[in-house]
Design a protein around this ligand. Sequence first.
Ligand SMILES: [Zn+2]
Length: 252
Amino acid sequence: MKLTFLGVSSALSVGYKNFHSNMLIEKDESSPKLLIDCGGDVRHSLYELGYCAADIDAAYISHLHADHVGGLEWLAFSKFFGEQRQLSLYISSDQRKTLWDNVLSGGMSTLEEQESTLETFFKLEPTDDNKFIWNGGDFELVKVPHSYSNHQLLPSYGLFISGTKSSVFITSDTRFAPDILNEVYERADIIFHDCETSSHFSNQHAHYTQLVTLPLHIKQKMWLYDYNDACLPDAVSDGFRGFVTRGQIFEF
Ligand SMILES: [Zn+2]
């Protein structure tokens, strides 16, 4: 499997051309392409690497913040009106209704002769037991603690992907929670971890100063992404693999 980082930045980053932390997974260059999250920057981040909407076969959505889902209307409309086909969509079952009712329906309820629904534009792929298989790879949804609304945890799901050579864990957006995530840290060969680097702590994301306290054997398989526009610390000297750069490719 080949993993390409279309962007590596936090939700609020502007001007550094790092783009939202969305990724592309493919078996090889001629195989179908799965988008991992689809933020508002995605049409630009795809274009920068020579891709267009027609190249994308399916999308996985980890949670409903705009840097992860804000480009989905553009992508689904491009497939629906441009190619007369639905976009295959992988998302946890507990987020489907909210995705349509609270995120997409305002802009996508625009068909003159029918009432549109999520199923109008998307081919909803099964994620039973928080698992799915795509292009021969095993994908496991890993629930992570990210945001709360009035003390209720809002879901976000990272991905544990078993490739042909190794396994990777992509956290999506998560707080620092080694007590919850350590089991997944241990079994992954490579970890891509959400990492806030600003001086301001949002408390929604794992911060670099927290991640640096993890055991060395965990940090030695950890790449950091979703960082802020600022000078970055020397992650390699602190034991990490490093900060992912936009366009960086990993084979696993
Ligand atoms: Zn988020």
